[in-house]
Design a protein around this ligand. Structure first.
Ligand SMILES: CC(C)(COP(=O)(O)OP(=O)(O)OC[C@H]1O[C@@H](n2cnc3c(N)ncnc32)[C@H](O)[C@@H]1OP(=O)(O)O)[C@@H](O)C(=O)NCCC(=O)NCCS
Length: 162
């Protein structure tokens, strides 16, 4: 692993968290008005990427996406809020958790419609994995999510395809 741009300080999950708001249009959905899963995945990947790049301050690429759950349907016209936070870091890898909430803008009703975990790897200028800042765990929630993220990452790597 390259030590170029080696991080110098720890960062808290709060420092990199991100929220993206996006409205769903007919081109995002099937003829019945249900938004495509792939459209949601695109936004999950994008908001998780913002968190990974904020934390690492480098180029960061998606290496895996897992535990993707579409819990409720999303319809044309809904306003999506995608909240993302970093749970766990190892050396170059970062686990980002994303929660998707859909709002019916007429009724104001908000529903959690999906969740996912996305792993990013930080790359240096030569495209090689590079170390990212360690996580400064400020809250009990930060500590719990770190430990849970560590267990998930170990399982991910056991199942990793070379
Ligand atoms: C990311 C990439 C550079 C990693 O290359 P690699 O040869 O696996 O590198 P390494 O074995 O040194 O692993 C680097 C890190 O990735 C992690 N990693 C690799 N595969 C993983 C997986 N499936 N799930 C979770 N983490 C993974 C390793 O655990 C390691 O983490 P660490 O540094 O924190 O210990 C390479 O897989 C790649 O370029 N993938 C394509 C990325 C991309 O283009 N994404 C966009 C979608 S196509």
């Amino acid at each position: 692993m390259s030590s170029e741009n080696s991080p110098i300080r720890e960062k808290s999950p709060f420092e990199s968290h991100a929220e993206v708001i996006v409205r769903m249009f007919p081109s995002d959905a099937n003829p019945a008005g249900n938004v495509f899963g792939g459209e949601i995945l695109k936004h999950i990947d994008m908001v998780a990427g913002i968190v990974a790049q904020r934390h690492s301050q480098s180029n960061a690429v998606t290496v895996s996406m897992d535990s993707v759950n579409f819990l409720k349907p999303i319809f044309v016209g809904n306003v999506l809020s995608l909240n993302a936070r970093i749970n766990y870091v190892h050396n170059s890898s970062m686990e980002i958790e994303v929660k998707v909430e859909a709002e019916d803008i007429v009724t104001g009703i908000k529903t959690v419609t999906g969740t996912a975990f996305v792993t990013f790897v930080a790359l240096d200028k030569n495209g090689k994995p590079m170390p990212v800042p360690k996580l400064s765990l400020k809250t009990d929630d930060d500590k719990i999510k770190f430990e849970e993220g560590k267990i998930r990452m170990e399982k991910r790597l056991q199942n990793r395809q070379k």
